[in-house]
Write a protein that binds this ligand. Structure first.
Ligand code: CU
Length: 103
């Protein structure tokens, strides 16, 4: 009897642990997309500068800078980074962000 009760407890604990682990994984990756409209970019080296800096930023998955339309598209993990933080990073590089769309 005592052994049976014990084995039931162990099963329950492992089930709880598995559920918690799954929730943690979900919380760690909440992917979002943001598009920042910048003031017109004046030369291609701006693209490199913005791309390099954002790519190195924790929580950023993918960066695309569109020279023609002066837009920065960023795929990022909402659990690690906010759109505001990305905007601040771009601004600190010397580029004004006119508007931002997050989806
Ligand atoms: Cu430039």
């Amino acid at each position: 009897m005592a052994i049976m009760e014990y084995s039931v407890d162990v099963k329950d604990i492992s089930r709880v642990a598995t559920r918690k682990f799954a929730i943690n994984l979900e919380e760690e990756k909440k992917m979002a997309k943001a598009v920042f409209q910048l003031e017109p970019l004046t030369c291609p080296s701006c693209i490199k500068k913005i791309e390099t800096t954002l790519t190195k930023t924790t929580g950023v998955d993918l960066v695309k800078v569109l020279f023609q339309s002066s837009k920065v598209k960023v795929d990022f993990n909402e659990a690690q980074l906010t759109p505001q933080q990305i905007e601040t990073t771009i601004t600190k590089l010397g580029y004004s962000v006119l508007s931002a769309k997050v989806s």
